[in-house]
Ligand binder design. Structure first.
Ligand SMILES: [Zn+2]
Ligand SMILES: [Zn+2]
Length: 468
C-alpha cells in the first residue's frame, strides 16, 4: 500500500535543484526538525512522528520502507536503532526513507551518516538500546516544534544541552525502562504505570567538572557537524591520516605513553578499523585538540605537540572511572617513577610526593599496597645511607630552577643545565645535586599531571575501558 500525498507548498530545495519532476511523494514530505543544529531530531523519532501523521503503526511504517526497498532493511521487532548500525545498512535505510518522503539528502542529517565512514556508528550507542530522554524536554513538549534529538542516543552524552539536566532512561515512579518505539502520542507517559515521563528536574550543569563540560561540547560539535545539510560524508581515511602523521612525528613510538601507543598500533595492524566516538574523545583529550580538529584537519592536528607530552616511564595515563582514585593514581605513578630511578634520585618523603601529585593525605591509603611498601622501604634505606635532610631541603630550589628554564616539558637530558648551580647553592656535591634534580623532575611531572587533570584532561573520562 502506498498512498500519494500532495506535496507541501514549499518543496524541499533538493527536489527542485536536482531536477526531479515528482510532485507526489509516497509519504508526506515531513521536514526533519532542528536540521543544522546540535539539537537535530533523530531519524528514529522522525519515523515515529511520521507514522503518527499518516495514522499507521510504527511496524506498518517499517513495512512500507521494506517494500519500497525490496528487501528487509528494517526488522519489524528490532529494538535497537536501525540508524546506528553499520555504514552500508545506514546508507540503504537512509536512502529509502529519503526517497519515500522526497527529503533527498536531508534525512541523513538526523543520523551519524556524515561520520559513518570514520567512526563505528555502533559505538554511538549501546546495541541493546532503551530510550533516553530529558524530563524537562518532555514536560515542555510542543507538538509543533519539539522532537527527540539524536543527542539522546549518544551514550557518552549525559546532559540535555537545552536544560542542563541529566538524561534519564527510567520512569521515576516504577523504575522501568521505556521501549524506543512507543507511538508518538503515548511516548511521554510511562508505558507500564502511565506516570508522565516529564518532570521538573534540577539542572546539573553547574556541578559538572570542566572535563565533563568539555566532553559534552565535543559530542555537541560532532552532532552539529552531522546535522549540517551541507556536510558531505567524511572520507574514511580521516582517523588513519591522523595516526599516520602522528606515527611519522614520533618515530618508533617508544616515547609515547602506552595508551597512545596502543591506538597508533591499532592502525598499523588494522588499517580499516573504525574508531568509536568515545575513543576519539579520549584521543582528542590526550592530544589537547578537539574531535573536530582530528576529523576535519587530521594531518596538521597530528603534527601539533601533544598536550600530555612524552612521559618517560609512564605506566598508563591517569584515566580512571569517574570519581575514583584520581589523586591516588597520580601519586602511585610518581612513586613508581621514583622507584624506577632509585639508583640516581633522592627518595623524598611520601607527604612531599603526595602534595605534588595532588593526592590528599586521606587518599594515600588507596595507592596499591605493594607500591607503598616498596617506597617506604626504599625511603628508609635511603635515609640510612644519605645526607637526606640536605637533599630534601634542596628540592624547592631545584623545582624553581626547572621552572626558570622556561620549558613546558623538561627532558631528562636538560637537567645538566641546572645541576652546577644547584650544587653550588645548596653545598652539595655534583652527584647529590643530580639526585635532587632527578627527583625534582619527577615531582614536576606529577604536578603537571595534577594541573592537567584539573583542566580538561580525561582523567575522569568515562570511556576508559579501551585503555587497559
Ligand atoms: Zn531538555
Ligand atoms: Zn512507570
Amino acid at each position: 500500500m502506498t498512498v500519494a500525498y500532495p506535496h507541501s507548498t514549499t518543496p524541499p530545495t533538493s527536489l527542485r535543484t536536482t531536477g526531479q519532476t515528482g510532485i507526489w511523494t509516497a509519504l508526506p514530505p515531513l521536514p526533519l526538525i532542528g536540521i543544522g543544529t546540535a539539537q537535530v531530531e533523530s531519524l528514529d523519532h522522525y519515523l515515529v512522528r511520521l507514522a503518527n501523521l499518516v495514522g499507521i503503526t510504527h511496524d506498518r511504517m517499517l513495512e512500507i520502507c521494506n517494500v519500497a526497498a525490496g528487501q528487509i532493511l528494517f526488522s519489524p521487532h528490532g529494538t535497537s536503532s536501525p540508524f546506528l548500525g553499520n555504514e552500508a545498512e545506514l546508507e540503504a535505510r537512509v536512502a529509502v526513507t529519503e526517497r519515500l518522503t522526497g527529503q533527498n539528502d536531508l534525512l541523513r542529517h538526523g543520523t551519524p551518516w556524515a561520520c559513518s565512514a570514520v567512526m563505528s556508528v555502533h559505538a554511538f550507542s549501546s546495541a541493546a538500546r532503551v530510550r533516553r530522554w530529558c524530563p524537562v524536554c518532555y514536560l515542555q513538549w510542543d507538538p509543533n516544534r519539539s522532537a527527540e534529538p539524536l543527542a539522546w542516543s549518544i551514550e557518552i552524552k549525559k546532559v540535555c544541552s537545552l536544560h542542563g539536566c541529566e538524561l534519564v532512561d527510567r520512569c521515576q515512579s516504577c523504575g522501568k525502562a521505556q521501549p524506543p518505539r512507543t507511538r508518538y502520542p503515548a511516548r511521554r507517559a510511562c508505558r507500564f504505570c502511565r506516570t508522565p515521563l516529564g518532570w521538573h528536574a534540577e539542572p546539573v550543569s553547574a556541578h559538572l567538572t570542566p572535563l565533563d563540560r568539555w566532553v559534552e561540547s565535543q559530542v555537541d560539535q560532532v552532532i552539529e557537524l552531522c546535522s549540517d545539510p551541507a556536510q558531505e560524508k567524511l572520507p574514511a581515511d580521516r582517523f588513519h591520516l591522523f595516526l599516520e602523521a602522528f606515527s611519522a612525528m614520533h618515530g618508533d613510538r617508544a616515547d609515547l605513553p602506552p595508551a597512545l601507543r596502543a591506538v597508533v598500533s591499532l592502525w598499523s595492524y588494522q588499517p580499516s578499523a573504525k574508531i568509536s566516538l568515545g575513543k576519539l574523545v579520549n584521543l582528542a583529550g590526550m592530544h589537547g585538540c578537539s574531535v573536530l580538529d582530528i576529523l576535519l584537519d587530521p594531518v596538521r592536528t597530528a603534527q601539533r605537540e601533544p598536550f600530555f607530552g612524552f612521559w618517560q616511564g609512564f605506566d598508563y595515563l591517569p584515566l580512571t572511572p569517574r570519581n575514583r582514585l584520581r589523586g591516588s593514581i597520580r601519586l602511585q605513578m610518581a612513586l613508581r617513577n621514583l622507584l624506577r630511578r632509585l639508583a640516581v634520585c633522592h627518595v623524598p618523603s611520601l607527604a612531599l610526593v603526595a602534595q605534588h601529585a595532588g593526592c590528599e593525605p586521606s587518599e594515600i591509603s588507596q595507592v596499591a599496597g605493594d607500591v607503598l611498601a616498596a617506597y617506604r622501604e626504599a625511603r628508609a634505606r635511603h635515609r640510612r645511607k644519605h645526607e637526606s635532610v640536605a637533599l630534601e631541603q634542596a628540592i624547592p630550589s631545584a623545582l624553581e630552577a626547572l621552572d626558570a628554564l622556561g620549558l613546558v616539558q623538561v627532558k631528562r637530558g636538560q637537567l645538566c643545565r641546572i645541576v652546577p648551580e644547584l650544587a653550588a647553592a645548596n653545598g652539595l656535591d655534583t652527584f647529590n645535586a643530580w639526585r635532587v634534580a632527578e627527583t625534582a623532575l619527577i615531582l614536576r611531572r606529577a604536578k603537571r599531571a595534577r594541573d592537567a587533570s584539573q583542566a580538561v584532561l580525561p582523567d575522569a573520562a568515562r570511556d576508559t575501558a579501551w585503555l587497559r
